[in-house]
Design a binder for this molecule. Structure first.
Ligand SMILES: Cc1cc2nc3c(=O)[nH]c(=O)nc-3n(C[C@H](O)[C@H](O)[C@H](O)COP(=O)(O)O)c2cc1C
Length: 177
């Protein structure tokens, strides 16, 4: 359609529709093998621009490293992972998603890649996650280097306990603003 007037300016939020699902599929290393139309609409990337690229192509700098440490640790064991993620669009905007990442297996049951299906995050929760992830990033910056992701995860674990949840999964699915 090429309507550049509808592209978000840098730093602007793109909202997912109520019934819109963003889907992508990767190989075992997290390189993109499939994206759906909603992925293209929201991220601003056309299919050939992302095909074969590492999924961190849409990583937003506001995301703490600890969340991705937890994500990979969970999915490589074959378990599904739910995560609340802020992503970056091609033009420098952003969008929040609640992601469900699951293993894609071959006929023998070996993991050959992963699927992610994402829906919108309720508006009321976005400010909460901005704040929580900001506190995680601050702890990661203080710890520095390879100690950073675990320092972020300690902030997350404390938050989960204080809010009365027993895991990141029950927390992201159950937290109310
Ligand atoms: C199926 C799947 C979907 C993913 N989706 C995203 C995503 O939407 N945004 C994102 O930043 N990382 C996503 N990741 C995680 C990235 O692979 C990567 O770990 C993350 O962007 C952090 O980048 P880094 O490891 O280079 O620091 C996904 C991984 C998999 C396996």
């Amino acid at each position: 359609m090429g309507n550049s007037a509808r592209l978000p300016a840098a730093g602007e939020e793109v909202k997912l529709g109520e019934d819109e699902f963003i889907v992508s599929k990767t190989d075992i290393k997290g390189r993109i093998r499939y994206v759906n139309r909603a992925f293209m609409r929201v991220s601003g990337y056309a299919e050939p621009e992302v095909m074969g690229k590492p999924h961190n192509i849409i990583r937003h700098p506001d995301m703490p490293r600890g969340i991705f440490r937890l994500l990979w640790k969970t999915i490589l064991t074959g378990e599904e992972c739910f995560a609340c993620v802020k992503n970056r669009t091609k033009s420098g905007g952003y969008y929040w998603v609640m992601a469900n990442v699951t293993a894609d297996r071959d006929l023998e049951g070996n993991i050959k890649g992963f699927f992610s299906v994402r829906r919108r995050v309720p508006d009321a929760l976005i400010a909460y996650f901005e704040d929580l992830y900001g506190r995680m990033r601050a702890a990661e910056a203080r710890a520095g280097g390879s100690a950073a992701p675990d320092a972020g995860l300690r902030v997350l674990e404390q938050e989960i306990r204080e809010r009365g949840f027993d895991s990141y999964e029950t927390f992201v699915l159950g937290i109310q603003a």
